[in-house]
Design a protein around this ligand. Sequence first.
Ligand code: ADP
Length: 398
Amino acid sequence: MIILVVNTGSSSLKYQLINMDDNSVLAKGLCERIGEDGHMNYKTDAGTVFDHDVPLPDHGVAMQLVINALTDPEHGVIADMNEIGAVGHRIVQGGYLFDKSEIITDEVEAGIEELCTIGPLHNPPALVGIRACKKVLPDTPGVVVFDTTFHRTMPDECKYYAIPWEYAEKYHVQRYGAHGTSHRYVSERCAELMGKDPKDLNIITCHLGNGSSITAVKGGKCYDTSMGLTPLEGLVMGTRCGSIDPTVVSFIYEQTGMPVKEITDMMTKKSGLLAVSEISGDVRDVCIAEAKGNHKAHVAREMLLRSVKRFIGAYIAELGQVDAIVFTAGIGENDAELREKVMDNFGFMGITIDKKKNDCRGKEVEITGKDSKVRVFIIPTNEELMIAKDTQALVEAM
Ligand code: ADP
């Protein structure tokens, strides 16, 4: 089966066409600046590349241009759009309604719409993407895969905040987590690499990118994760502050009169590494500045290291026993120095890495040190493949 995986943002549409016979990516790309001036990028396995400005007034036009490119007589990878067996959509917030991936029905769409209150930035564009796909591929089944469903297995002590129950009961204030598809993929892949059943393993997965989260995976299921009601909780990130004393919000409000929405915006888009370094939210730029002796860049870097160490340490304590630690995403896969500095702190517990093996970027590799009590891996994440696998399984069972 050939599956189109779609990830829609407010002004973007990322896509991958995957052949499930061998998991190969036939084509992939990105439509950007939808509703503005429009730009489309398309790449095939054979090396064809389109990268040009093109009018993209809405997501429907973008979707049609993707189908046109995929079926183009010269540069296409399929003869006809009917070769696409199903479309898999990435949905960020499945909230309290979805515990697994679902075939798209009117009821499922209504559920995603209801969840716009807790996923205001991501669910509305995802719905636009679903509707654009339906228009262009009316006879092709669609599946939604949620970033949050992997975390639905958290026990209540991890799922809820220690505030009065009425906020959870009436307003669904609870911890939903994020990056679940990535944590699921790398934890399952880690078990595969170890030749073990995920049920028999406890794994800590570190998804460290622009947005970062760490998950404690117990017996193949999420036990705890660092993100909460929104992806603002947890680690220090590129532009997000991560966990802070919540009264910082009311204090800033009282001192400055800044509206709460603006404070949230400041903590989401203008904080983290960007705010502390006053240089950039990108780790690479922070490291360059740190190497030149910039103190604020050094503090930003140390804050990132501190938060990764704290969550790994916390999850070792919560799980009681750990078999593997996995690093993934932009920072996790590429930042050898971060992996080394973080893991050095666990040496006293008998957890070590092989510094030579660790000296690599973006490769699937085990970096466990000699006699280490816990195995350590770098596993490039593949959320699209996970979405395609769920999509295939649900469509075949229809
Ligand atoms: P997103 O959360 O947007 O998917 P990614 O997982 O692609 O982000 O991660 C992007 C981040 O990865 C960049 O902002 C950068 O900080 C970091 N990164 C990428 N390459 C390197 C590298 N070689 N060394 C350190 N950090 C890197």
